[in-house]
Design a binder for this molecule. Structure first.
Ligand code: ATP
Ligand code: MG
Length: 282
């Protein structure tokens, strides 16, 4: 565990070129009423195929970081890179999945899953076959002609994931992807997500309010300070357990120590994270 603040919050992604890089980013939002500094001198690096979770107090700039990486907004200063290229706008390198599944209710599951490809004008016989194979692999094959209202919350979230993965992104951004689900479904979908991410060899940056979920799913947990946000500390997660899945990883003897260290960081400046419990829920 590497608790404690590190210089400028930058981690060495192991000598490899990073998949995501933020270098001394300031993000200041301007509205007619106010100027809000969301991020201050924020730096971070994520290595290819690394799964990094970000936790931090509400309003500290977590979604802002994802929007910058997705190219939806431009930093006030500093630079943002994805796969070695400066981000100047949305690109095919990045898939972005939000808390709400954002499925269109009037489209079938297959229709929803093809949406990203349609936007990219990349619907071909082959790409449709790939999407149908993914729907099958993720347990949605029989539901491809059903409408979202016929699916459970977990199935809807998997359909949204297929839609995001259909465009073959290298980097996946997840903004509290499981928080709309009940606890049991959340655990089940986290198993699916984890398996899929690892199988696809994706680089993942996931925002969550749930410390246990962050530890159970990721290679590294970054803790952000209160707004204006920056990386306060980085915790490399090494868990000794037989089953390297989110549920199996919760059984690891080191789990609780990671939880307590991250909880302490989060509450150090008088701010608790979202709805996280005061003790590890494994
Ligand atoms: N488009 C915007 N215009 C003005 N201010 C904004 C805008 N988007 C975000 N902010 C402000 O920037 C700060 C960071 O917002 P952000 O949504 O990134 O936080 P967050 O960490 O994702 O919060 P939460 O945990 O509640 O989702 C907040 O104070 C927010 O009010
Ligand atoms: Mg947010």
């Amino acid at each position: 565990m590497s608790g404690g603040a590190n210089v400028a919050g930058v981690d060495d992604p192991g000598g490899r070129a990073s998949a995501i890089g933020l270098d001394r980013v300031w993000m200041i939002y301007h509205t007619r009423e106010a100027e809000t500094a969301a991020l201050a001198q924020m730096s971070l690096e994520v290595a290819p195929q690394e799964f990094v979770a970000v936790v931090g107090p509400s309003g500290c700039g977590k979604s802002t970081v994802l929007s910058l990486v997705a190219g939806l907004i431009k930093p006030t200063s500093g630079s943002v890179e994805v796969c070695g290229e400066t981000v100047t706008g949305p690109s095919g390198h990045v898939g972005y999945m939000l808390q709400q599944d954002c499925l269109y209710e009037w489209r079938t599951i297959l229709g929803n899953a093809l949406l990203g490809l349609e936007v990219q004008r990349a619907v071909t016989r082959e790409s449709v076959a790939v999407v149908r194979r993914m729907l099958n692999a993720y347990g949605l094959g029989e539901f491809e002609n059903h409408y979202p209202c016929h699916l459970s919350g977990g199935m809807r979230q998997r359909a949204a994931l297929v839609r995001t993965l259909a465009t073959r992104p290298d980097v996946l951004l997840l903004d509290e992807p499981l928080s709309a689900l009940d606890y049991q479904t959340r655990l089940e979908v986290s198993e699916d997500l984890y398996r899929i991410m690892r199988a696809e060899g994706l680089t993942v940056l996931m925002v969550t309010h749930d410390i246990s979920e962050a530890i159970a799913m990721s290679d590294r947990v970054l803790v952000m300070s209160r707004r204006p946000g920056r990386i306060k500390s980085s915790h490399k997660i090494n868990l000794t357990c037989e089953r390297q899945t989110p549920i199996g990883r919760r059984e690891a003897p080191e789990f609780r120590a990671y939880f307590n260290a991250i909880w302490k960081e989060l509450t150090a400046d008088g701010h608790a994270v979202g709805s996280a419990p005061a003790i590890a829920r494994t």
